[in-house]
Design a protein around this ligand. Structure first.
Ligand code: NAD
Length: 305
C-alpha cells in the first residue's frame, strides 16, 4: 500500500507519517513545499519526502501514481494569515485541494482523505456543531476549507471518487510550531509558559474549543486509510468536549506546578467564540476509537517542548 501525505512535513502530517509507516507497513510519500513544515519533522520516520507544491500538476501526477490513498493535509492553515493574504490562502487551500482531487481522478482508484476545518461553522452559534448545521464562514480560510470539502463531495458525485472530508477542530501536540505570529493557541501558551512569559490570551479567555490531541487524529487517519473509509459528506474529527482558554491556562499551571500570568490582547477578526463537535458521525464510522484525554495530551506536549 502506497500512501501520499500532502503537507507530510507539517505538524499533523509528520505525526501521521510516523504512525502510518510504523504501524501499517505502508510505503509513505510526503509531498510538502516546506513553507511551514520542516524536513527535520520526518527525522527517523520511514517516509520519502518529495519537496514541491500541490499546485505543480506534473509533480502531483508523478507522486500520486500507484497510490492507494492520498491524505491531503497541505494548506496555509491559519485564519489570521488568510485575513492578511486571502489570495494566497485561496490558492493553497481551495485551488490546491482541487488539484489534489483532480490528480486522484486522473490516476483512478485513489481514495482521498481531505482536511477541512471546524472554522466552516463560523458564526453559527449552535452547539455542539453537527455536520448538518448551516455553515457561516467568518474568514477567507473558512471559505477555502468549505470549498475544499465541497469539491471532495462533488468529485464523489461526478467521478465516483472515494473521498472522506474531515473537519478537524483544534489539534495540538508535539511538532506544532510555536513562537511565531500565527501560532495556534496551545503551542503559544506552552511556549510562553516554558519561557516564563505571560500567556497571550486574545479576548477574555472565555472562548471555548474542542481541543484534540494529535494522536487521536492520527489514529483516525490511519484507520481511514487502512480501511479506505469513505463519506461524501464531511465528518467532524473531534470527540465532543469543550474547554475554555482560561481552563487550559489553569490545567497548564497545574502540570507545571506554578501559577501562570496571562496577558489579555484584543480579540482577532475571524475568530469564532465557541466550538464543540458533535462526534456521532465519527463514532459511527470508527466505533472502536477513543481519544487521548486533554490533560494527558497537554502533559505530553509540555514534555516534548
Ligand atoms: P502545518 O502548517 O504544520 O502543515 C501544513 C503543511 O502543508 C506544511 O508542512 C506546509 O509546508 C505544507 N504546505 C503548505 N502549502 C503547500 C503547498 N502548496 N504544497 C505542498 N505543501 C504545502 O499545519 P497543520 O496544523 O499540520 O495542518 C494540517 C491540515 O489540517 C491543514 O489542511 C489544516 O488546514 C488542517 N487543520 C488543522 C487544524 C489544527 O488545529 N492544526 C485545525 C483544522 C484544520
Amino acid at each position: 500500500m502506497k500512501v501520499v501525505v500532502t503537507g507530510g512535513a507539517g505538524f499533523i502530517g509528520a505525526n501521521f507519517c510516523r504512525v502510518l509507516s510504523a504501524e501499517s507497513g505502508a510505503e509513505v510519500v510526503a509531498l510538502d513545499d516546506l513553507s511551514t513544515g520542516f524536513r527535520t519533522n520526518l527525522d527517523g520516520v520511514d517516509a520519502t519526502l518529495v519537496e514541491g507544491s500541490i499546485l505543480d500538476r506534473d509533480l502531483l501526477d508523478e507522486v500520486v501514481s500507484g497510490a492507494s490513498s492520498i491524505v491531503h493535509l497541505a494548506a496555509i492553515p491559519s485564519v489570521p494569515r488568510s485575513v492578511a493574504d486571502p489570495l494566497a490562502s485561496h490558492a493553497a487551500n481551495a485551488t490546491g485541494t482541487l488539484e489534489v482531487l483532480d490528480a486522484a481522478r486522473r490516476a483512478g482508484d485513489v481514495h482521498v482523505v481531505v482536511a477541512s476545518s471546524s472554522s466552516v461553522y463560523g458564526r453559527n452559534p449552535e452547539l455542539p456543531k453537527h455536520e448538518g448545521l448551516r455553515c457561516e464562514p467568518m474568514s477567507p480560510y473558512a471559505v477555502n476549507k468549505l470549498a475544499a470539502e465541497t469539491y471532495a463531495g462533488a468529485y464523489a458525485a461526478c467521478y465516483d471518487l472515494e473521498v472522506l472530508p474531515f473537519r478537524f477542530f483544534n489539534v495540538f501536540g508535539p511538532l506544532q510550531a510555536a513562537g511565531h505570529a500565527y501560532a495556534a493557541v496551545i503551542p503559544a501558551f506552552v511556549d510562553a509558559a516554558m519561557a516564563g512569559r505571560a500567556l497571550p490570551v486574545h479576548g477574555d479567555g472565555s472562548q471555548s474549543r474542542d481541543f484534540t490531541y494529535v494522536e487521536s487524529v492520527t489514529r483516525v487517519l490511519r484507520e481511514a486509510v487502512v480501511r479506505r473509509a469513505t463519506s461524501a459528506s464531511p465528518v467532524n474529527l473531534a470527540f465532543g468536549s469543550r474547554t475554555t482558554l482560561m481552563e487550559v491556562v489553569a490545567m497548564l499551571g497545574e502540570i507545571l506546578g506554578r501559577r501562570l500570568e496571562v496577558e489579555h490582547l484584543p480579540t482577532r477578526p475571524g475568530d469564532v467564540p465557541h466550538s464543540q463537535a458533535d462526534d456521532s458521525r465519527l463514532r459511527a464510522l470508527f466505533p472502536e476509537l477513543s481519544p487521548v484525554p486533554l490533560r494527558t495530551g497537554l502533559e505530553r506536549t509540555v514534555a516534548w517542548f
